[in-house]
Write a protein that binds this ligand. Structure first.
Ligand SMILES: [Zn+2]
Length: 294
């Protein structure tokens, strides 16, 4: 997408940082807890440089260190699921998604928060990924470019799921702008200091960008590589039972996926990484960002 003219956008006055949407992805859980502690100290000192809502999305799953209790919370934010009937048998996460929609949304309404950053981990060696539903959201694209500049040692990818707003199913879709920040490799139920530190830096730089944006800074247009899902690749499976019958070769295990820009060719990608991070594969296109200002 090419845009040559400048784009003016409203201030981002309400920003939410969410962790623990998946209860066993602990970098975001630990970071939100730490930010909540810092926020309390700032309130005591009456310093409030930027208003940020800090949300532990699935507290019950966090308590049990499980991805979810009844159903995956991060698949519960479609319009149909948020607005359907509720009964005694409604799964916990579906009820929780409606609470979060009341807190951060309602999705698609003028009252929704301006920006949601939802924190996730992956076991794959992916570095830092933005996962979004738009390849032309100037706010998300500019934040991503800013993080790339500020954190040159961390590999980064911008991943686009081509799904309509109504069908978008993850927590970040509730905000006017939103993205998941997913960082790996980190086993579930574990905190690795390097992954935690990368996430903390990413969130701090994201908030710095918002402060710059809100203060009237003009950001020049640039290019971003956007990765789009082409197809799912499964493990080899037993024809009768459906069980997985292959494992990753030791020479490929934990390798970082790479791809050739613009050619559609993918090299050195393990089946596990393809399975878990399929969006990083096969195709790259270029989005040119418009210059944006408040
Ligand atoms: Zn997750």
């Amino acid at each position: 997408m090419e845009v040559d003219k400048a784009v003016g956008l409203p201030r981002l006055s309400r920003v939410a940082v969410c962790g623990g949407t998946h209860g066993n992805e602990l970098s975001g859980v630990y970071l939100v807890r730490e930010l909540l502690k810092e926020e309390k100290e700032e309130e005591e000192k009456e310093q409030k440089p930027l208003s940020v809502m800090l949300v532990l999305s699935n507290p019950w799953a966090v308590q049990q260190c499980r991805r979810y209790i009844s159903t995956d919370l991060n698949r519960c934010f479609t319009h149909a699921m948020l607005n359907g009937p509720a009964s005694d048998t409604t799964p916990y996460e579906l009820l929780r998604s409606r609470q979060l929609n009341a807190l951060l949304g309602p999705k698609g309404s003028p009252e929704a928060v301006d920006l949601i950053c939802d924190l996730h981990n992956t076991t794959a060696n992916m570095g830092l990924c933005f996962i979004t539903y738009s390849d032309h959201d100037w706010i998300c694209l500019h934040i991503f470019k800013y993080l790339q500049r500020q954190m040159p040692d961390i590999p980064m990818r911008y991943i686009h799921f081509d799904v309509s707003n109504k069908e978008s199913y993850s927590l970040d879709s509730v905000g006017k702008h939103g993205f998941a920040m997913e960082i790996g490799p980190q086993p579930h139920g574990v905190v690795r200091s390097n992954i935690y530190t990368a996430m903390k830096s990413g969130v701090q730089h994201m908030l710095d960008w918002v402060r710059l944006f809100n203060s009237g800074t003009i950001f020049e247009g640039e290019y971003v590589d956007v990765f789009t899902m082409v197809k799912h690749i499964d493990y080899p499976r037993d024809r009768e039972t459906g069980n997985i019958i292959a494992a990753v070769h030791p020479r490929l295990q934990a390798c970082r996926p790479t791809s050739s820009s613009g050619t559609g060719v993918t090299r050195n990608v393990t089946p596990v990484e393809q399975f878990e991070n399929i969006c990083s594969l096969n195709m790259i296109h270029h989005s040119r960002m418009a210059a944006v200002f408040v």
